[in-house]
Design a protein around this ligand. Structure first.
Ligand SMILES: *Cc1c(COP(=O)(O)O)cnc(C)c1O
Length: 393
């Protein structure tokens, strides 16, 4: 199809030309004396984005799923109890991984369209007087439903219970798009990846450990630690200290990350968050005020600034909308995962995006819905979003 492909799934996101060009490099010797000049600043840059001064960041060649495994296996022991709210496909998958590693997962089911409940977390931790629960695992931004949980409130709940559990947070679809404060929120294990807010291809599993998490890992090592080899952070940390990796790193991705961090710093992290909020507000206005449809997120407090899951009317099929958008309008919308398959389509609005790109996605979704027999007023979504964008000045 001629013209641009409109990629509006919630990851991978558009890779800006600057990053594409930065990744177009000849291979180099990753043991050379010059190599640390590339590598060492990446850790500092990541820590600024994560808002941590004391945490230790890791870059593994993997997708975000590998970073999930990095955080779990380097901190816990077999049979450890962990508490995990579950409210969407990604929280579901992380729980599954924890169970596969032999952790004893206490699941807190929450309705899809809602998120982590600080009250229930507080209650579970307060009831755990023996302090058996080693960690609380939360997906900050549930990409399947377009729900953002309040991590600061979860931290307050843990503290109010006087409980020493570690706090692990999946920020794969929030970090570098939605405010994330590792130190202030007392996050002990942060998980993210390169292909969402960082505007890169998939391939870097990014994680960050608090001092408390590093200490927990050392203690676990003395006491039946979870098995790991490739994702062991000790070998990684030993090489990283001088700006190297224990094995061959993906050079193009490291150059891409350097450019990504530069772009984020040039725009300003807070401006990046504000832009995502504005773009998301326009999309939400299109869905609710323009089309008169509902978001999967049940209340405004859950609204995600990186992805909106749009519920199609009863009896209509979201799969058809997505197919029509792809084949006729060259627009990629996100599909409904698992429980919400066929019931929602998702508009990703994160990464390298502006108002007109979001308007294109809205217009395309609008046409695809009309074409597949969903009754909405033509132009209504785009008009509602335009009002939001114009009012922003
Ligand atoms: C995309 C995503 C992941 C998984 O990342 P992969 O890179 O596909 O392994 C995990 N959690 C959340 C919330 C995500 O959005």
């Amino acid at each position: 199809m001629p013209g641009r492909h409109f990629l509006h799934i919630p990851g991978p996101t558009n890779v800006p030309d600057r990053i594409l060009n930065a990744m177009h490099v000849a291979m180099q010797d990753h043991r050379s004396a010059a190599f640390p000049d590339l590598v060492l600043p990446l850790f500092d840059g990541l820590k600024r984005v994560f808002k941590t001064t004391t945490g230790q960041a890791f870059i593994f060649p993997s997708s975000g799923t590998g970073a999930w495994e990095t955080v779990l296996t380097n901190t816990l022991s077999a049979g450890d109890r962990v508490l995990a709210p579950r409210f969407g496909q990604f929280s579901h998958l992380w729980v599954e991984m924890a169970a596969q590693h032999g952790l004893n997962v206490e699941i807190q089911e929450e309705a899809w369209g809602t998120g982590a409940s600080p009250e229930r977390i507080h209650a579970a931790l307060a009831a755990d007087t023996g302090h058996d629960i080693r960690a609380v695992m939360i997906v900050h931004n549930e990409t399947a439903t377009g729900v953002t949980s309040d991590i600061a409130a979860v931290r307050r709940a843990i503290d109010a219970a006087g409980h020493p559990a570690l706090l692990f947070v999946d920020g794969v679809s929030s970090v570098a798009s939605i405010d994330f404060r590792m130190d202030e929120w007392g996050v002990d294990g942060l998980v993210t990846g390169s292909q969402k807010g960082f505007m890169m291809p998939a391939g870097l599993g990014l994680s960050c450990f608090s001092l408390k998490a590093l200490e927990a890992g050392r203690a676990a090592r003395r006491n039946n630690p979870l098995r790991r080899s490739y994702f062991d952070i000790d070998a990684m940390a030993a090489s990283n200290k001088t700006g190297y990796f224990p094995y061959t790193p993906s050079l193009p991705l490291l150059y891409g990350l350097r450019e990504s961090l530069r772009m984020i710093e040039e725009e300003g992290l807070e401006n990046v968050f504000a832009r995502h909020r504005l773009l998301a507000s326009g999309v939400r206005a299109a869905v609710t005020e323009g089309w008169g449809l509902q978001l999967c997120a049940t209340e405004a407090k859950w609204h995600s600034d990186t992805v909106s899951a749009v519920v199609v009317p009863e009896g209509k099929d979201a799969v058809g909308v997505i197919a029509r958008a792809a084949t006729r309008y060259n627009l990629a919308l996100g599909s409904g995962l698992s429980k919400v398959a066929g019931k929602v389509f998702r508009i990703g609005h994160l990464g390298d995006l502006n108002e007109l790109m979001c308007l294109a996605a809205i217009a395309g979704a609008e046409m695809a819905m009309l074409d597949t027999g969903i009754t909405i007023t033509p132009g209504s979504g785009a008009a509602a979003a335009q009002s939001v964008y114009r009012a922003a000045g």
